[in-house]
Design a protein around this ligand. Structure first.
Ligand code: FUC
Length: 818
């Protein structure tokens, strides 16, 4: 037994085989800007660590701290009156009138994700020069470290956010005893008070009842507080230092620590958030009790135990997947990451940096997606601004979904639960919006949401642009994530539980679809986020009929619910209705440039290089267009991508990585992936292009937006393995640049764990470990065999395949056939 365990541990170690240096980003100076600071998080608490010497700044967040409160009901009671007139205008080709009337169906803006506060550590040091400065983030251990020397004494600070400990834990040590003297203080941009009680620092605060989006500037008071009422969430921060030697005293609401040998600082925080439908103030949770409870639990354990629990917990997720690229290439791990990025931008090879960027997406998801019903937002959980870009909210016309693209394939399936819970909340508010705005069944989500599960079209009752505000497909797109969770886990109980949600989305859709003059079912009004078209010469429009994205999303939903009902053997009558509607859907069409058309007509796009590639939804994330099953449409999709170009915002580049991978063009996918790693300087805010990363590897829209990080991670997997065609396609889009490598622990639909290694651009071996069991089809472009079963591949029109019945718990070894 012991031997087996030892072997298991050894094999785990061997399968990962990273050196510690491989998984670090590091720098030789403190962060000046927030995008140079290093993020840590336990899925609820987040911190940005600046690594400053004399005045360390740790900027804090808590995932549930948002402005506002539960959504107000039916904020636009006359919305529905406009629906029929909008449709008449669109049928008559009066797009201007259609646009103006669509505006009349808008509701209110979403609320914003709030910064919690700053923890400031002023360290008493002489003015003598600082030497041997170093700071890093170790992604495998999820610990950020700062080291420097002053007057011959070396100081070290290590910080981590523990999920089991529910606290942020910071340890300060020095190379000589009694050298640590610091002043600790906390502040917030929100309303707050501080107090010192028994050598702990308390900060209690309140979030605003409303914060306008940062792109709205017409209100005198963009940030409003409601001191006694329903809206306006309370929050509590407690900072407790525990010292070895020295003294702690209070000074002007700060804590003064003198001559300590070691300081451990426990940081606890909580909010009064009590669910999307509860007033965070009058019906809120007791945030003080919660924060004190987390703290008491952490205090009851010593530092070593807290660290051990944290490491075990983080490794449990992180160590499931490893990636090695071009091991023979000289590694640049000794070079500071910002310098590495500069070299990379100039064209240097740095496969190890590419691996780091891949793993960073996994690191960030583990650190930001662990709060029930509160998925990672536009900035994950890291935000320093009172009016953050786009409210740091949930944007469902691409961004929220993109955050969760790697969750299944990168073997983090359990971390889907925050999005799953959030979607369930949206079904409640979304049913009201469907009824109030459109007199429709089911549930609907428009392009923005927040912790309160807002579902109305935003725009402040007619002031927003329908090009983004009036987009109707959020529920349908989010439903695909529930279906995907089933596809990857094979959990039929889960599928049964979420089937009514898919059905609700389909019911809304059936009520939303209209017949056009040719008998096709179309959507109207309809937009293609967030592009415009030219019509009648130089007129610009955005609201129209049956955009390709709408039709793709609906076709995808109809296909998925049909398959779900087959698996569950349920709801045949409803599915018959769906099948009939599906056949009448307005089809995908190829335009005059041989591209997949974005619009109902062969309109010219206002911005042919627009960052959104909405009309290619059918190619990715859906699987309605594929070189294997629909080569003609796949070619048209390729032309569309070529016309859109290889630039874009961070997330746009990330989407294109995934799309080129789906087109089985690894070199083009890699080109976009390289563009994603373009070093962006703080302050660059080019809205449509120039995306990349900041010095801390945060994706740059710019500004910072985390979705591009997650898209990059998902994209690397799409290059190395795909499974959307009911088969496991090995190395479908391997770029020439990744001549040799190995990926282990990624997940294919059907719940197969896949390891692949390759040399000179060709498969050297693969192992498929079966978690569920059932049919297994493997595809590779050259002849291969399943060694375990002595099976040889058969030739097909595209590469070779092997089909077999895979047994639960077994592993199958695949080798090239020589
Ligand atoms: C959509 C995009 C923007 C940005 C915002 C959060 O509106 O068009 O580029 O990502 O969401």
């Amino acid at each position: 037994m012991i031997k087996i365990r030892l072997f298991f541990l050894l094999s785990l170690f061997v399968s990962i085989a990273y050196s510690q240096e491989d998984l670090k980003i590091h720098y030789d100076k403190p962060a000046t800007f927030w995008t140079e600071a290093l993020p840590i998080g336990n899925g609820r608490l987040g911190a940005m660590v600046f690594g400053k010497v004399n005045e360390e700044l740790i900027q804090l967040n808590e995932a549930t701290l948002w402005s506002g409160g539960p959504v107000s009901k039916n904020v636009n009671p006359t919305a529905f009156e406009n629906l029929a007139p909008v449709r008449q205008a669109l049928i008559a080709g009066d797009y201007e009138k259609g646009y103006e009337l669509t505006k009349k169906m808008q509701g209110v803006y979403s609320q914003s994700y709030m910064p919690l506060g700053d923890l400031v550590l002023k360290q008493n040091l002489s003015d003598n020069p600082v030497s041997a400065y170093y700071r890093d983030l170790n992604m495998e251990d999820a610990i950020a470290t700062t080291i420097f020397t002053v007057d011959g004494v070396t100081y070290k600070r290590e910080i981590f956010a523990s999920a089991p400990g529910q606290c942020i834990i910071l340890k300060l040590t020095a190379s000589e005893p009694k050298k640590l003297s610091i002043n600790l203080s906390a502040k917030s941009q929100l309303h707050f008070k501080t107090a010192i009680k028994e050598t702990s620092l308390f900060l209690n605060g309140k979030a605003p009842s409303n914060v306008d989006p940062n792109y709205i500037d017409y209100n005198k008071e963009p940030v409003v507080y409601d001191e006694n009422g329903c809206k306006g969430m309370r929050f509590e921060l407690i900072v407790k230092p525990i010292i070895k030697d020295g003294t702690i005293s209070e000074k002007d609401n700060n804590l003064e620590i003198k001559d300590a040998t070691e300081i451990v600082i426990l940081v606890s925080a909580a909010t009064s958030f009590n669910g999307f439908d509860k007033c965070p103030d009058s019906e809120g949770k007791d945030e003080k009790k919660l924060a004190e409870g987390y703290l008491a639990n952490a205090v009851s354990k010593n530092y070593d135990r807290l660290l051990k629990d944290h490491l075990e917990n983080f490794h449990y997720f992180f160590n499931r997947v490893s990636l090695n690229l071009n091991e023979s290439e000289t590694k640049k791990t000794a070079i500071a990451t910002d310098k590495r990025l500069e070299d990379y931008f100039k064209g240097a090879k740095d496969s190890n940096l590419e691996m780091l960027f891949f793993q960073y997406g996994r690191y960030l998801l583990i650190s930001s997606s662990r709060t029930k019903e509160v998925p990672a937002n536009l900035q994950g959980i890291w935000n320093k601004e009172l009016r953050p870009p786009w409210s740091s909210n949930y944007t469902t016309n691409i961004n929220l979904q993109m955050n969760y693209w790697p969750v299944e394939t990168a073997n983090l399936s359990e971390l889907f639960y925050p999005l799953d819970g959030f979607i369930k909340n949206l079904t409640v508010t979304g049913a009201e919006t469907a009824k109030d705005y459109y007199h429709a069944r089911g549930w609907v989500v428009h392009h923005n949401s927040d912790i309160w599960a807002l579902t109305n079209p935003v725009g402040d009752l007619g002031k927003g642009d329908p090009m983004w505000a009036n987009w109707y497909m959020g529920a349908n797109w989010l439903s695909r994530h529930l279906w995907e969770h089933y596809q990857f886990t094979g959990d039929k109980k889960y599928l049964k539980e979420v089937y009514p949600i898919l059905k609700g989305a389909a019911e809304f859709t059936l009520d939303w679809l209209q017949e056009d003059k040719d008998g096709y079912l179309v959507t109207m009004p309809s937009t293609s986020p967030e592009n415009r078209y030219y019509y009648d010469g130089k007129k610009k429009g955005s609201v129209t009929v049956a955009t390709t994205m709408d039709m793709g999303i609906i076709k995808d939903l109809f296909g998925n619910i049909t398959e779900a009902s087959d698996i569950l053997n349920t709801d045949q009558d409803f599915i018959n209705t769906i099948k009939k509607a599906d056949q009448k859907l307005f089809p995908f069409r190829i335009g005059s440039k041989k591209q997949l058309l974005e619009w109902y007509k062969d309109f010219e796009e206002e911005d042919p290089h627009h960052r959104h590639t909405s009309h290619l939804y059918a190619l990715h994330p859906a699987n309605l267009i594929s070189p294997l099953s629909t080569p003609e449409l796949a070619n048209a999709a390729k032309t569309t991508l070529e016309l859109r170009g290889d630039d874009g915002t961070g997330w746009s580049l990330g989407w294109k990585v995934n799309m080129w991978a789906r087109l089985l063009d690894g070199n083009h996918a890699y080109k976009l992936f390289r563009n994603q790693l373009r070093l962006t300087k703080e302050g660059d805010r080019n809205f449509n292009k120039g995306g990349g990363v900041y010095a801390n590897l945060f994706d740059a829209h710019p500004p910072f937006q985390i979705d591009g990080n997650f898209a990059a991670t998902a994209g690397v997997i799409e290059m190395l393995m795909q499974s959307q065609n009911h088969e496991i396609h090995l190395l479908p889009a391997l770029p020439d640049a990744w001549e040799e490598g190995a990926i282990k622990g990624i997940v294919a639909r059907g719940n197969f764990i896949v390891d692949i290694s390759w040399k000179k651009g060709k498969l050297s071996s693969s192992k498929i470990t079966v978690k569920e069991g059932g049919n297994c089809v493997i595809r590779y472009m050259e002849p291969f065999k399943v060694e375990t079963l002595n099976l040889k591949s058969e030739k097909t029109t595209m590469g070779y395949i092997i089909k077999f019945k895979a047994k639960k718990g077994k592993s199958y070894v695949i080798k090239p056939a020589l």
